[in-house]
Design a protein. Structure first.
Length: 337
């Protein structure tokens, strides 16, 4: 038996199998360690572009002695140099490739799994996310800053297994974010409440899909999960932007991430996954942009194990087929937390 579930934020439909014990194990990790010549390891700073930011204990830039280091991507998708121009090409719209593409090297030691780091190191990574978003938002050419992590080849990771995340500053707000913003705005206009806050409250009360809960953060398997073992991490306190997070909350998030990534590792045998930070767009260039965003949007982190291959049905319809019910996924993860 299956159910067709609607994501009330984005109006996305998902087909969920509810009575199956199917357990996904058909993914394969093919990472090349490169530890002997890894350019991200401490002491090999000369193999990378000069850093744009680093957390250090008094050492000089581009030398050893760092804890987290940010460098430009050697092969950037978008380039920071130049003026932003918008042109029409017949009926089409075009913007030149202005943006920023950075790599956050998350530890000086050659480590492949986030949960192997201690909580303090993860805290420093999360603080670096904050710093890069704040810094890039000062550039009025950029509408949105995306931070994401690809773990494993099937999730789009490079052959460098050394822990790192990527930062991309975009000249336009991505459609996925616009969908979330629109869904949240419509709900707020109708009920005068944040849709995400209502989801958090219901999931805490029912506990069916609740994976983790502490005074600052909640982790759930979404009701209309598109993919097996998909997770959402929300701050319990309403906040439209990641940059408002206190140090206490940031430490709590570090622990939550460590726990849930380790749980996925145990249950799914080190799955490839994508971790994406969904934050507010840059509001500085247009102060009247999405006037209610501070009330209706709620920043969050999405963790998507890449153990399902998208089919023609999904591409052709916009529906998703998830063969692992989120209630089952939440139960299995809680067993190993």
């Amino acid at each position: 038996m299956s159910e067709v579930r609607r994501d009330i934020v984005t109006d996305t439909w998902v087909i969920v199998e509810t009575d199956t014990s199917h357990f996904p194990k058909d993914h394969v990790i093919e990472m090349v360690s490169m530890e002997d010549e890894c350019p991200f390891c401490e002491g090999r700073e000369g193999l990378t572009p000069n850093e744009v930011y680093a957390i250090r204990d008094g050492s000089d830039p581009n030398t050893s002695g760092w804890k987290v280091r940010v460098i430009p991507n050697k092969a950037p998708i978008l380039r920071i140099e130049g003026e932003l121009t918008r042109t029409g090409v017949g009926v089409y719209d075009r913007v030149n490739g202005i943006g920023a593409n950075e790599v956050i090297i998350e530890t000086p030691k050659h480590t492949a799994n986030l949960f192997e780091l201690d909580e303090q190191q993860i805290f420093l990574i999360l603080k670096t996310y904050n710093q890069r978003i704040s810094d890039l938002h000062k550039d009025l050419r950029f509408r949105y800053v995306l931070i994401y992590k690809n773990h494993g080849r099937l999730a789009g990771a490079s052959t460098i297994s050394h822990l790192h995340s990527e930062v991309i500053a975009l000249p336009a707000t991505p459609i996925r974010i616009k969908q979330k913003l629109s869904g949240a705005k419509e709900y707020y206009e109708y009920k005068e409440r944040c849709i995400f806050c209502d989801i958090i409250q219901q999931e805490i009360e029912t506990e069916e899909r609740l994976v983790y809960n502490d005074p600052h953060f909640v982790v759930i398997a979404p009701y209309a999960s598109r993919f097996p073992f998909e997770l959402l991490i929300f701050p319990r306190r309403h906040s439209y932007t990641y940059n408002d997070m206190t140090d206490a909350a940031c430490k709590s998030l570090a622990l939550a991430l460590k726990k849930v990534i380790r749980a996925l590792y145990k249950v799914l045998d080190n799955p490839p996954y994508n971790l994406i930070l969904h934050n507010s767009p840059n509001l500085i260039p247009h102060k009247d942009y999405w006037l209610t965003i501070k009330d209706d949007f709620h920043w969050h982190i999405e963790v998507v194990p890449r153990i399902h291959r998208t089919s023609g049905f999904e591409w052709g319809t916009g529906f998703y087929i998830n063969r692992v019910a989120p209630e089952f996924a939440a139960t299995k993860l809680k067993e190993v937390l």
